[in-house]
Design a protein around this ligand. Structure first.
Ligand code: GUN
Length: 281
């Protein structure tokens, strides 16, 4: 029998823990603040930014929201980042991606102080993750580690296959699993015999961005399957990178979409913001 890993429940528990930590810091006279910057009118980004603000308010974290017009110049955005870098009330800075095409994402990420980079996208933080000495891990991979460990699954010594090599999920995910003493394989679009590789995995993390990419024949009996995909189907429903219906009966544990990895991202963002506040003490 497979068990469903409940991301809503686990993220709610983490948020409770963060709320308690924020309250403790407040008693010591330390405030916690997150600045979120959105440039333009992308509807999905607006929803994400709104959710981040709500989460901050629920946990006692001060939220500073900057909703900038599409016409914002790179110099204006960089000036805001500089201002936030210097602001003592701001512990974390998140610039919502993707940015409009006239703005250079790399340049903007590089301008954020690594100490306030709660996304862990700055090259300094990426390097720290590589050597295993870090304050922030990117929210989605860090959330996946929490999902696995809080479900009582041991990672050490396991064969883990990560499908996808993005800078936001695949690459840092592989590093975090490696730091937990897993044997890690990264698969991508040029991988030969991908199905055979995935079939050898005790833990599969699917982050390909293709609906129902992982099918039952690719998964070994008793595997743990983590689905990072969020694909919108023609009927408007959300679907993961895993063909849940056929794969679930073969698994020991599996995450659903929605309600698996998704809810963890904001919880980990809140956790990183508190870590940044503690770091300044
Ligand atoms: N856009 C989609 N996901 C993310 C994220 O985790 N961080 C940022 N900054 N932008 C995003």
């Amino acid at each position: 029998m497979h068990q469903i890993i409940d991301g809503k429940k686990i993220s709610a528990k983490i948020k409770e823990e963060v709320k308690a930590e924020v309250a403790l810091l407040k008693e010591k006279g330390i405030s916690v603040g997150l600045a979120v910057v959105l440039v333009g009118e992308d509807p999905a980004s607006k929803v994400y930014v709104g959710n981040k603000k709500k989460a901050c308010e629920a946990l006692g974290i001060a939220s500073f929201e900057y909703l900038l017009p599409e016409s914002t110049s790179e110099d204006e955005l960089l000036a805001l980042v500089e201002k936030l870098n210097a602001d003592k009330a701001v512990d974390g800075i998140l610039v919502q991606l993707p940015l409009p095409s006239h703005l250079d994402e790399k340049k903007v990420i590089n301008a954020i102080s690594p100490d306030k980079d709660v996304d862990a996208f700055h090259p300094v933080n990426v390097g720290k993750i590589m050597i295993g000495n870090y304050t922030f891990a990117p929210c989605t991979p860090a959330g996946i580690i929490e999902l696995i460990e809080r479900s009582g699954i041991s990672i050490e010594g396991k064969s883990c296959v990560v499908i996808g090599r993005s800078n936001i999920v695949g690459k840092p995910m592989s590093m975090l699993l490696l730091h937990k003493n897993a044997t890690v394989t990264i698969c991508h679009s040029r991988t030969k015999d991908l199905s055979d590789v995935v079939r050898g995995a005790d833990i599969v993390v699917a982050a390909v961005g293709r609906a129902k990419f992982v099918t039952a024949d690719m998964v070994k009996d008793g595997a743990v399957v983590i689905d990072v995909g969020i694909n919108r189907m023609a009927d408007g429903k959300l679907c993961g990178d895993v063909d849940f219906e056929s794969v679930a009966p073969k698994c020991s544990y599996i995450t659903p979409v929605p309600g698996g990895v998704g809810p963890m991202t904001i919880a980990m963002l809140m956790k990183n913001t508190v870590a940044a506040a503690k770091n300044k003490i």
